[in-house]
Design a protein around this ligand. Sequence first.
Ligand code: UD1
Length: 423
Amino acid sequence: MLSYSMEGGNKVYGEVQISSAKNSALTVMCAAILNKEVFIKNCPNIGDVTVMSEILSSIGATVKRTSDGLYIDASNVYTTDLPKSKTSKIRASFFLVGPLLSRFGTVSVSKPGGCKIGERPVDIHLEGFKALGAKVSETESRFIITAPILHGAKIHLRYPSVGATENLILASACADGVTLLFNSAKEPEVKDLCDFLNLCGAKITGGGTSIIRIDGVKKLNSGITFKPLPDRIEAGTFLLLCYALGGKVELSGVKCENIYYLVKKILDNTCNNDGFYVKIYNDNIYIYSDGNPKGLGRFVTMPYPMFPTDLHPLVSAVGAAASGETSVSETVFDSRFSYLQGLKKMGADFTLHGETVTFRGRALHGETVTAPDLRGGAALVVAGLKAEGKTVVKCAENVMRGYEDFSLKLRKIGAKIKTVKES
Ligand code: UD1
């Protein structure tokens, strides 16, 4: 087990190169089942990608990390029985169902794992597969999904689930006929998946909008190189960190329009604050902060293009230490507040009513806390770097699931943080 050990109170200066998006890389890895051979350039070296690589290897694919990406050859996949020991670790493992069903006509998979942030059912995925002609049977721990042939269909998603949208795109890219997805997720990572599949010869329009049309093709082309889009959640994390800690940081390689909502919201709330500015120039975001953050007002998590749920704990960490009030209402997941235990230990003053947490910011002090999940853990690191004294965030592996070289990137901009083995 690993921990992050840090001393709070330092400002940050320098450049942070934003990595490729976790949620894009993971779905392109799933898509390799369909097009068989892909090189994912700059594929982030993170825990979730490692687990997905292990799942792919366990069913017969060849997965190799190179200095500049990840190579996958899925030509020799020989089973569609997905190993529970691995799939229980990441939610994205369930996104293999669509492509496996399309290629082999049958999949056996257990209920997916991932961050413990709520119920996270898969009914929308399953309803969609059924609409495409699949039969789903469920045992206590596994789903058996079969479909000798998938037929295009009109599918209305009851909620714009990111994963269900992606799974159904993957299932129908090579289906017989046309599929129309209504109320699709509009997240940029969905569009990235469509872009990748189109590069392989798929016929998909409307990715990134609420109506996606997929004209099934017979097969997809192999040997494609693809670079996933930049990680907007990592960019948002460093933006919020710099706002809280103070200093001058350049985030490079950002797709700025994808974090427009966060930037605009912060700017709206800080318009009378001379101690802070954000400038956007091409693919870079320049942030200056004097390190005296003011409360950020009210945030409500919603599907894209609104405020992303994955930044909820990060805004909370800043709000806990900023003067004035910050509140976050969670509407996407039903249990995303585990990180509050750590913030409370560090001295945060907040009230939690239903799914809304309200902070009256104050100085935090260092403590030993535990990363409850990926974003909650990153939030505790941000709080620890702002707090006075020493903080240890245990279970750092939870953070490493989604942030590439987190402590290294932080050290490069002057944060006093190191990764240590838990004794
Ligand atoms: C993806 C992202 C995750 C992000 C989330 C929302 C990946 C690997 N993960 O997760 O980082 O936080 O989008 O932006 O891409 N739901 C159902 N039934 C379903 C599917 C979802 O009720 O069949 C509910 C979920 O419980 C949740 C909401 O829909 O309350 C949103 O979930 P969804 O958009 O599916 O998130 P994920 O794809 O799991």
